[in-house]
Design a binder for this molecule. Structure first.
Ligand SMILES: [Zn+2]
Length: 125
């Protein structure tokens, strides 16, 4: 079962919300296949100490496998990739305005707070 390993309630995302993220994103943004059972919600802009509930909104959360989720926290190359691709945002960036790149589909997407994602163009940085 997809996402079965994900503990409901962790990271401020409950099981019902996580099902909506899975339905929206379908796969890990790193393009991996076969790790669906390890998918977790990733907060793009960190919630910081104490956890800001406002950053639990859908535009700030994307699904990724636990492997990449760990690498972007521990590996400099992946950390840079996460920033370049909009998987990780700075505190001053607005998730609704910042597209992210999906390596599986090779498209940039904007996401809203109604669990929609829309293909968009991203100007070269
Ligand atoms: Zn992956």
């Amino acid at each position: 079962m997809v996402g079965a390993g994900y503990g409901a309630g962790a990271d401020g995302v409950n099981g019902r919300q996580f099902a909506l993220y899975l339905a929206r994103d379908l796969h890990c943004i790193c393009g991996c296949v076969g790790r669906e059972d390890t998918l977790v919600p990733n907060h793009r802009a960190g919630r910081g100490m104490g956890g800001s509930r406002v950053l639990d909104r859908p535009a700030n959360v994307i699904v990724m496998c636990s492997s990449v989720n760990g690498l972007i926290e521990s590996n400099a190359t992946w950390a840079k990739r996460a920033r370049d691709y909009g998987w990780k945002l700075s505190r001053w960036q607005v998730p609704e305005d910042e597209p992210f790149y999906d390596l599986a589909t090779r498209e940039w997407y904007l996401i809203d707070n109604l669990y929609h994602r829309t293909i968009t163009e991203k100007a070269a940085a």
